[in-house]
Design a binder for this molecule. Structure first.
Ligand code: PHE
Length: 330
């Protein structure tokens, strides 16, 4: 028996130990065989034989279990050692990105209008004269076309100068009521501190049958929206002109940098212009075949909002991809 115990003790791993267990207690195991022989032992010896056999079985089983536990704990220890991570080892931190300030601002604007039940509509960046100008009450040679320095392509196609053509496309495809915003990029031949040839707008359009929609609805939602974006600001509607709205207004907020006292950003006026809006001109409804409807529309520049919210002095820096600028928005 001692030699069996030695053998168990010298097992190097769990597989070897299992092999030994089978040799003893498996179907053809030696201890199993000894138990099988019990039936051939003379009755007078049976009891003693069985007793010593039971002791042998119990001793060996205990030994096997003990060895198993110790091999298992050795295995876990060696595994932990080989897989250990040295957390004291110095490493460069991984650098992660963040949403671009323009996209982050765009998301915030969209979030507001989606919560107000506006749908999100999109249109092509390469537009035609009809959708970008004509249907928006800007006939050819109309002087107001000069307001938007257009990139023209071949075959009367152009890069859209505003998101307003999405109003036209949506009205041509859907019937009122319409309650939509159109976020996206637009293009103009312009480059200075506050203009880049590509920038982003969010357009808004609400149309209902009859005379349900008025300037009051426009005023309400834009005031609410601007306070959502900029906090507790004063909102001012200033008469203006857009060919596609009548009346048209530009909307100002009290300067968020000087609270209206006058500073460099608001050019000492106390006000910041933030968007264009108005009641949809009947000529626009006529161009898309709408009758007996009323509506309002507005359009805003996302970069302008991002610049104001993050106090970015030069619009161009938003498109240079300078990691030092972008890292500040994590
Ligand atoms: N499309 C105008 C612009 O780009 C903004 C605007 C949209 C004004 C809708 C009024 C109504 O300046």
């Amino acid at each position: 028996m001692q030699d069996i115990i030695n053998k168990i003790d010298s097992a190097l791993n769990l597989d070897e130990l299992e092999q030994i267990r089978l040799e003893l207690f498996g179907k053809k195991g030696s201890i199993t065989a000894e138990f099988n022989r019990l039936k051939d032992v003379e009755p007078e010896n049976k009891k003693a034989y069985a007793q010593s056999l039971n002791i042998k079985r119990d001793t060996l089983t205990a030994k096997l279990n003990e060895k198993k536990l110790s091999l298992e704990s050795e295995y876990i220890k060696s595994k932990m050692k080989s897989e250990a991570i040295d957390i004291s080892l110095f490493n460069e931190p991984l650098s992660t990105g963040a949403l671009h300030p323009v996209m982050e601002t765009m998301d915030r604007i969209i979030e507001y209008f989606v919560a107000q039940n506006f749908s999100i509509e999109t249109g092509p960046l390469i537009e035609d004269d009809f959708h970008n100008f004509e249907a928006l009450n800007l006939p050819k040679y109309h002087p107001a076309r000069d307001m938007q320095d257009t990139f023209y392509l071949k075959d009367f196609r152009l890069l859209r100068t505003h998101t307003s053509p999405v109003q036209v496309r949506t009205m041509l495809n859907q019937k009122p009521p319409i309650r939509m915003i159109a976020p996206g990029s637009v293009f103009r031949r312009d480059l200075d501190l506050t203009h880049t040839p590509m920038f982003h707008q969010v357009e808004g359009l609400v149309v209902e049958d009859g005379t349900k929609v008025s300037f009051a609805n426009l005023k309400y939602i834009l005031e609410d929206f601007l306070r959502y974006m900029f906090g507790d600001v004063k909102v001012r509607f200033r008469p203006s002109f857009f060919p596609f709205t009548e009346p048209s207004t530009e909307v100002d907020i009290s300067c968020i940098f000087c609270s209206g006292c006058g500073c460099r950003v608001c050019k000492q006026t106390g006000w910041l212009e933030v968007l264009g809006s108005g009641v949809v001109d009947p000529n626009v409804f006529e161009a898309v075949g709408y009758k007996n409807v009323s509506g309002y529309a507005f359009g805003l520049g996302v970069e302008r909002f991002a610049m104001l919210l993050h106090r970015i002095p030069d619009l161009r820096s938003l498109f240079e991809g300078d990691i030092r600028l972008l890292e500040q928005f994590k």
